[in-house]
Design a protein around this ligand. Structure first.
Ligand SMILES: [Zn+2]
Length: 406
C-alpha cells in the first residue's frame, strides 16, 4: 500500500488537464491521442517546468510514466497517427527527429508551445460555451456537429469479416452526429448516397435539433446559439452555412449565433467520443439492415440518442444562395452573427484571442429572407447503386441473409 502524496495528486491532475487541453478524442476507438509533435519525454519536460513555475515538488519520470499508465491508459502518444495530422505538428515532429543545435531546439520549442497554446485556447473557448449552456440552458444553447467516418457504418456489417465479404460492395450509410450540451442529448442522423454530401445535410440536421430543443424548451429557443463545427468546406465552412445562420438571426429565430471552428488537425472532441462508442458497437455486433444500425446506435451511449434516418431534405442551400460572399473565411475560426436595431452584423476573427480585435460587417442587405424551402431532389436508388462499383445488390443481400440466418 502506498499513500497518495500531494506530488502524486498534482501529477495526476496535470496529466488529466493535459489530455483535456491537448488530446484528441478518436472517432473509431475509445482513446485520446496527444498531438503528433509530442513525446512522453516532452510531456514530462512540460510537467517539470510546470512544477518549477508553480513551486510544486516534482515526481521522478519513472513514477510520472507509471501514473500515466495506471490512471490514463487511454491517453496515447502515437508514432503513426491514423487520422489526418496537423501540418504544423508534423513539421515539429520531423524537425525534432533531426540533430538540432541547442539554439535551434529552443527556437522550435517556443514555436511548438505557441502552436499548442493557440489550439488549447480555441478548445477552452468551446468548453466555456459548453459549460455556459449547461449552467444556463434558458439563455445559451451549445451544439457540436460532425460526420462520422462512413466506412464504419456501411451495410451490411459483421463483426468478423471474411475475405469473401470484404470484396463485396456495401451500401454506404453516413452518420451525422450532433451533441446538445444543454439537454445532454446526442442525435444521430443516418443517410445514404441518395443525397450529395454537402451542407444541406448539416443544415437539415441543425434545424431538426433546433426544433427538438424548442419542443423541450416550451416552444422557444434560448437567445444565444453556440455552434461548433468541423472545418470541412463542403459541409460546414462555406458561404451557404454562414448565410443561412445569418438568415436565422435576421428572422429572429435566435438573437445571436457564435460559430466556431477548432484548429485543423486538433478538432476531435466529445462528438468523436460518441462516434467511437458507435464504432466499438459495430465491431461487436452485426448490422445487416438499417433498423439494425439504428438499434446498435441506440445502445451505444446513455441516455439513448435521438435517431432519425433522413429520407428527404429541405433545400436550405438553395435558399441561402447569394451572389454576396460574406467574408474571406478560409483562415477564420470564429464568427458571430447578431441582430440589433434591425441590423444584422457579422463579426469575425481568426482566433478567439482577447488580443485580436473583431472585424465587423453590416450584412443586413446581403441576407436573403428565410422562406419555405423547396425539397432536394435525391438521386434515384438505381443511380446510387450505379455509383457503387458494380456488384449487384442481390448478391449482397443474399449473402447478408445467409450470414444472418446462420
Ligand atoms: Zn498541431
Amino acid at each position: 500500500m502506498r499513500y497518495t502524496t500531494e506530488a502524486h495528486i498534482i501529477a495526476k491532475q496535470y496529466l488529466e488537464q493535459y489530455a483535456k487541453h491537448f488530446g484528441d478524442d478518436q472517432p473509431d476507438v475509445p482513446e485520446i491521442h496527444l498531438p503528433s509533435c509530442l513525446t512522453k519525454k516532452l510531456v514530462f519536460k512540460d510537467y517539470s517546468l510546470h512544477c518549477i513555475t508553480n513551486h510544486h515538488k516534482a515526481i521522478k519520470r519513472t513514477r510520472f510514466l507509471q501514473i500515466w499508465r495506471m490512471e490514463f491508459p487511454n491517453v496515447k502518444v502515437r508514432k503513426h497517427q491514423k487520422m489526418t495530422q496537423c501540418t504544423e505538428c508534423a513539421v515539429f515532429k520531423e524537425a525534432f527527429l533531426k540533430k538540432l543545435s541547442q539554439d535551434e531546439f529552443k527556437k522550435l520549442e517556443v514555436r511548438r508551445k505557441a502552436h499548442l497554446t493557440l489550439q488549447r485556447i480555441a478548445r477552452e473557448k468551446y468548453y466555456k460555451h459548453r459549460t455556459k449552456s449547461q449552467e444556463n440552458p434558458q439563455q445559451y444553447l451549445s451544439l457540436i456537429i460532425d460526420n462520422m467516418d462512413q466506412s464504419k457504418t456501411n451495410l451490411p456489417r459483421f463483426p468478423f469479416v471474411s475475405k469473401a465479404d470484404n470484396s463485396l460492395t456495401k451500401l454506404h450509410h453516413h452518420v451525422t452526429g450532433v451533441l446538445c450540451h444543454s439537454l445532454q442529448k446526442a442525435y444521430a442522423f443516418t443517410w445514404t448516397d441518395q443525397f450529395a454530401s454537402n451542407c444541406n445535410v448539416t443544415l437539415n440536421c441543425l434545424m431538426t435539433v433546433l426544433d427538438d430543443v424548442a419542443k423541450n424548451n416550451g416552444g422557444s429557443l434560448p437567445p444565444t446559439l453556440y455552434l461548433q463545427a468541423d472545418n470541412a468546406a463542403k459541409d460546414n465552412k462555406n458561404n451557404y452555412v454562414l448565410m443561412f445562420l445569418a438568415m436565422l438571426v435576421k428572422a429572429e429565430i435566435v438573437k445571436k449565433i457564435k460559430l466556431s471552428f477548432l484548429m485543423v488537425g486538433h478538432t476531435h472532441e466529445d462528438v468523436d467520443q460518441f462516434f467511437s462508442r458507435i464504432s466499438v458497437k459495430c465491431h461487436q455486433q452485426a448490422a445487416v439492415t438499417l433498423p439494425d444500425l439504428h438499434q446498435l446506435i441506440s445502445t451505444s451511449v446513455k441516455p439513448m440518442p435521438y435517431i432519425q434516418h433522413i429520407n428527404s431534405l429541405w433545400d436550405f442551400r438553395k435558399l441561402a444562395t447569394s451572389d454576396y460572399s460574406l467574408c474571406d473565411f478560409k483562415d477564420i475560426h470564429h464568427f458571430v452573427f447578431r441582430k440589433a436595431d434591425d441590423k444584422v452584423t457579422l463579426k469575425f476573427k481568426n482566433w478567439p484571442l482577447h488580443s485580436e480585435p473583431y472585424r465587423e460587417l453590416d450584412v443586413t442587405n446581403a441576407i436573403p429572407d428565410l422562406d419555405v424551402p423547396s425539397i432536394v431532389e435525391g438521386i434515384q436508388p438505381e443511380e446510387v447503386f450505379r455509383f457503387a462499383h458494380g456488384t449487384h445488390i442481390q448478391t449482397i443481400l443474399s449473402i447478408a441473409g445467409s450470414r444472418f440466418v446462420s
